[in-house]
Design a protein around this ligand. Structure first.
Ligand SMILES: O=C(O)c1cc(C(=O)O)c2c(n1)C(=O)C(=O)c1cc(C(=O)O)[nH]c1-2
Ligand SMILES: [Ca+2]
Length: 726
């Protein structure tokens, strides 16, 4: 009880009482109560880590401000590329060049998937969100390595073949207590971060005639979730859509390429783009392409969203747009207003794309000094083999330099146009495209370390010969058309002539100011993982041959490695947990190269590996990849091998590779599945047992007689490649 002793004290009290009645006073009391609440919360027990209350508290706090604030410490990994620049540069240095040799396993978590795993794990205060194949989301408690929940959007496995490049997913976005995932079948789904229960779901697909998928990670910009689609191998028209994060209501949509010119253009940018396409190619029937299937990057200060756009559909421009033209906005970086989705500027990296040179590769927004002046730039290494530095305020070209050998252009002129080699567009003659359609760099994220000034870039060469296809028509499915019987439309015959260049995989440390390589590491195969770099002067990368490696970021010296039980394609994340730095990587062999090819005999399921200094957990035992002997003795008529080859190319090769030549990836090679399976191929091709794993049912697409011919090709090829018996 307050005793009002003196008149002064009484006066003081009444004045306080006065102010308490005024609005200002109310605020003062409220703030006092708030302060008391904070004090008592701190002194009382905070919710146990990993409890629903703790997960709710830490995930609800993730928003634009917290992501910006986290960039100062890198304590958490709250968004796919770590920060809005998507630098994948962590300021953490507890693990560094001196002690990385003591890095050890804390735990592994089985993602229970056998297809590609491409996601970077997000982590806030030890709560991890990561996706496996088939867009399945896992919430994991890093403190224990145990599942909190998992969510399977139950994508019908029968549509697996409707995406070009494996049933992959590149991860989730986290915002104010929700987890956002794009499902392979085109749904954008919001989940409660605590329970994994669905909050809302939107079908993002505007057109069910063409094959659209989602494989990329959504991004949240100004409270909206932005997502694009895949499908440009199938005749899709690219677009990106923003949905309100709370309600799922559509906020805006921007198309990448123009639609049917007999209908009104959606906006001025489409009207301008249409002038760069020849309507004689009926591009709107073939979709046009440009699908934004991976990178979407956001600069909150400029309020711009940057979209990396995909290849033309079909690939061959002579067929798509016979009179030529740049075919905007294919293979470009396009800046959109984050609030309205309105076009602001574009820079086209591959005008008139002809080689599947997507620009969907992850972008990095960096502030670097060029010619003594600070510039806000985008660093980008698209499929086409050139490293680009672009002014991100206005889209102006700064520089481009090839980071691997290329044969389609000799360089870029001062205006940022490629100086093309005419033979690369020969309408009749085929050539090895260098880079080939797998790209000199694919979706595997690169990272940028401002301390070394270097970009760590997973580069590669996958040889492919492209010969213009005679008589191509949309969905005509000519025998011999690559993937034609599963919906592909490229307008090229692939490898009609065996390619003469050689495959390679390489980690390049690239100086974006000098546009020059600083160091490199060669690998045994293409298709190595994304990179992570840290203030401990480290670069982390997983490899196609099943290792997770740490390098010295300055010199490229290898400092540490661990086996991973399968090939790695995703990039790692790092974060602090209760005062200790952790590194996590989701492994799982796959993606477009990994469907049919492999570089390791280890065949463990998709798994999250988490490491810290002095971790002592045992590595999981390795399961060896199972293959039958090269198929032998299946009866066939040699006259069927020729027609069987064409049928195989249009129906089987995209997933199964070349029998007896490739060794199988996450899908089997038909040279190594046993004679009984090949002799009974009909049972697999028509309503077969693998339809629920994503294989097409070829009923009505192949005849019994076609299957006989395909068998002839498989056995004939196996016989041709079999080493002579001693
Ligand atoms: O044109 C497209 O729409 C599209 C989509 C995708 C995809 O969604 O995964 C890929 C590609 N193209 C592509 O060209 C490509 O090389 C590729 C590799 C991968 C992968 O995950 O390994 N996806 C894709
Ligand atoms: Ca593509």
């Amino acid at each position: 009880m307050i005793r009002l002793a003196s008149p002064t004290a009484r006066r003081e009290f009444s004045r306080t009482a006065e102010t308490q009645r005024s609005p200002l006073g109310f605020l003062m009391i409220a703030s006092t109560i708030a302060t008391l609440a904070v004090v008592s919360a701190a002194s009382a027990q905070s919710p146990p880590k990993g409890s629903p209350e703790h997960i709710k508290a830490v995930t609800s706090a993730v928003d634009q401000n917290s992501i910006k604030a986290n960039a100062a410490t890198s304590n958490d990994w709250p968004t796919i590329g770590l920060d809005y620049g998507e630098t994948r540069f962590s300021k953490l240095n507890q693990i560094n060049t001196d002690n990385v040799k003591n890095l050890g396993l804390m735990w592994t978590y089985n993602l229970e998937s056998s297809r590609g795993v491409e996601a970077t794990p997000l982590v806030v205060d030890g709560i991890m969100y990561v996706t496996a194949s088939w867009s399945v989301v896992h919430a994991i408690d890093v403190r224990t390595g145990k599942r909190i929940w998992s969510f399977d959007p139950e994508v019908s496995r029968s549509i697996g073949y409707k995406g070009c490049c494996d049933v992959v997913n590149r991860g989730v976005a986290l915002h104010k207590g929700k987890v956002f995932v794009g499902a392979y079948d085109g749904r954008l789904i919001a989940l409660d971060a605590v329970t994994g229960k669905k909050v809302w779901e939107k079908d993002t697909l505007i057109d069910k005639e063409h094959s659209y998928t989602i494989t990329g990670a959504p991004r949240v910009v100004n409270g909206k979730v932005v997502i694009g689609n895949g499908g440009a191998e199938y005749g899709a028209r690219g677009y990106v859509t923003a949905y309100d994060a709370e309600t799922g209501n559509q906020a805006w949509r921007w198309f990448v390429v123009p639609g049917d010119p007999s209908k009104p253009y959606e906006d001025e940018s489409m009207e301008a783009a249409a002038k760069t396409w020849d309507p004689a190619g009926k591009y709107w029937v073939n979709g046009g392409g440009g699908t934004a299937w991976d990178t979407i990057t956001f600069d909150p200060d400029l309020n711009l969203v940057y979209i990396g756009t995909g290849n033309g559909s079909p690939w061959n421009r002579h067929l798509r747009s016979p009179a030529g033209g740049d075919n905007l906005y294919l293979a470009s970086i396009v800046a959109l207003n984050a609030d309205t989705g309105k076009y602001v500027w574009h820079y086209q990296e591959t005008p008139g794309d002809h080689w599947d040179y997507t620009s969907t590769q992850p972008m990095i927004l960096a502030d670097i000094n060029i010619d003594g002046a600070p510039r806000k730039v985008i660093l980008h290494a698209p499929k086409n083999g050139f490293f680009f530095v672009i002014d991100r305020t206005n889209g102006k070209f700064i520089s481009a330099k090839n980071f691997v050998d290329v044969n389609w252009a000799t360089g870029y002129d001062a205006n940022g146009r490629p100086i093309e080699v005419a033979a690369a567009r020969d309408p009749e003659k085929g050539m090895d495209a260098i880079p080939g359609p797998y790209g000199a760099h694919n979706w595997h994220p690169m990272s940028f370390n401002p301390m070394t000034g270097l970009v760590y870039l997973p580069a590669q060469g996958v040889p492919l010969n492209l010969t213009p296809q005679k008589g191509w028509k949309h969905n005509a499915n000519q025998p011999g058309e690559f993937g034609g019987n599963t919906g592909w439309n490229t307008g090229f015959v692939l490898n009609a002539t065996p390619p003469q260049n050689l495959p390679f995989g390489r980690l390049i440390a690239w100086d974006p100011v000098k546009q020059k390589e600083a160091w490199k590491q060669e690998y045994v195969a293409p298709w190595n993982g994304g990179t992570l770099t840290t203030a401990g002067n480290l670069v982390f990368q997983g490899t196609a041959d099943g290792r997770f490696i740490a390098y010295n970021a300055t010199t490229g010296d290898k400092l540490w490695e661990s086996p991973t039980g399968t090939g790695v394609v995703a990039a790692a994340s790092t974060y602090m947990l209760d005062g200790k730095q952790y590194v996590s990587i989701a492994v799982g062999w796959g993606g477009v190269f990994g469907i049919a090819a492999r570089a390791t005999e280890a065949d463990n399921p998709g798994t999250v590996y988490t490491f810290a200094i002095d971790g002592k957990a045992p590595l999981p035992p390795i399961t060896k990849y199972q293959m039958e002997n090269l198929v032998e003795g299946v009866k066939y008529d040699p006259a069927d091998v020729g027609p069987g080859t064409l049928l195989y190319v249009s129906s089987c090769v995209t997933c199964h590779g070349v029998p007896g030549v490739d060794k199988g990836g996450n899908v089997r090679n038909l040279g190594y599945v046993g004679a009984e399976t090949i002799a009974n191929l009909k049972n697999f091709v028509f309503k077969g047992p693998h339809v629920d794993k994503g294989m097409p049912d070829f009923t009505g697409k192949l005849s019994d007689d076609d299957v006989v011919k395909i068998i002839a090709f498989i056995q004939g090829t196996a016989d041709a490649v079999r080493p002579p018996k001693k």
